[in-house]
Design a protein around this ligand. Structure first.
Ligand code: MG
Length: 293
């Protein structure tokens, strides 16, 4: 059975969204170590790793820390960073033998209002992903922190080879495990009709980007779509736990303002808040051809 949850359309500052989530243990694994959060203004997938129940515990901690931010209408990048630090500290403190090597990926989409303009904030650590559908644009926003991504960046692997590479599950950054836990951030103006998909590698390991784009472009509602995405991963083999959270913008108040600002670097408003994104974490140039990859 697919567990699911659905939020009511919800007014968050100037962004009104509807969202849904679905997760499944898959056909192979004994337990579901993915955890998810579908509660405005935070939409999160965490894919836990580590022996025994360590992965489950680590991903649940990530959800708990970010859930503390869901009592408010709006979040700041600083608060997202603090939630990440708190989760990292708690995972590191687990420390007993059964939770040795506990860690988790974290992929987050949050809605944020800055100067009356609505934005998506995307945060990533590991190989869970965030995809964005906005008009003609379909793109993977997050960049995987994984061995195969590094090999692809060096031109040593094609995306097709990466899908079947023996190290395809090996992450190079994670929360609580591994040498590095610096997240990447992106800030992107939100437009009415945008769909943001947060998912674990149990989806992307079974369903290619072209199929994800095709599904996201369908007129189906977010609940139906989130269940369809999980079902597609199960049909593809369900080799891993699969989790999706899907958020759709119903309305952005002050949309004219957003459109005017779209041409600028989306990083600039955040700098007013003391946030200086790295160059490599700025939003990429939109892909307008919509042909998937
Ligand atoms: Mg996984």
């Amino acid at each position: 059975m697919i567990d699911r949850s659905l939020s009511d359309p919800d007014l968050q500052g100037t962004i009104r969204v509807v969202s849904a989530a679905a997760t499944h243990v898959g056909h192979v694994r004994a337990t579901n170590e993915d955890s998810l959060l579908n509660a405005s203004p935070i939409y999160l997938v965490a894919d836990g790793m580590g022996g025994h129940n360590a992965g489950e515990v680590a991903s649940a901690i990530a959800v708990e820390e970010f859930e503390k931010l869901t009592i408010q209408e709006n979040v700041t990048v600083e608060q997202l960073g603090e939630a990440l630090s708190s989760a990292a500290t708690r995972i590191a403190e687990l420390g007993d033998e059964s939770t040795l090597g506990a860690g988790t990926t974290v992929a987050v989409v949050a809605t944020m209002v800055l100067d009356d303009v609505g934005y998506w904030v995307v945060l990533n650590l590991g190989d869970s992903r965030v995809y964005r559908l906005s008009g003609e644009i379909f793109e993977q926003v997050s960049v995987d922190h994984s061995v195969v991504q590094e090999l692809m960046d060096r031109g040593e692997l094609t995306p097709e080879q990466a899908r079947v590479h023996p190290y395809r599950h090996m992450v190079t950054r994670a929360l609580g495990a591994g040498p590095e836990s610096d997240p990447d951030y992106w800030l992107i103006p939100a437009e009415a009709g945008d769909r943001m998909l947060v998912c674990s590698d149990g989806l992307t390991g079974e369903v290619d980007d072209a199929e994800i784009e095709r599904l996201l472009r369908s007129p189906a509602d977010v609940r139906t779509l989130s269940e369809d995405l999980v079902q597609r991963a199960l049909d593809g083999g369900g080799h891993d736990n699969v989790s999706v959270v899907l958020v759709e913008v119903v309305e952005v108040v002050g949309q004219d303002l957003v459109s005017e600002n779209t041409a600028d670097s989306a990083g600039s408003p955040a700098e007013d808040e003391g946030f200086e994104p790295d160059e490599d974490t700025l939003p990429r140039a939109p892909r307008g051809d919509g042909d998937g990859r």
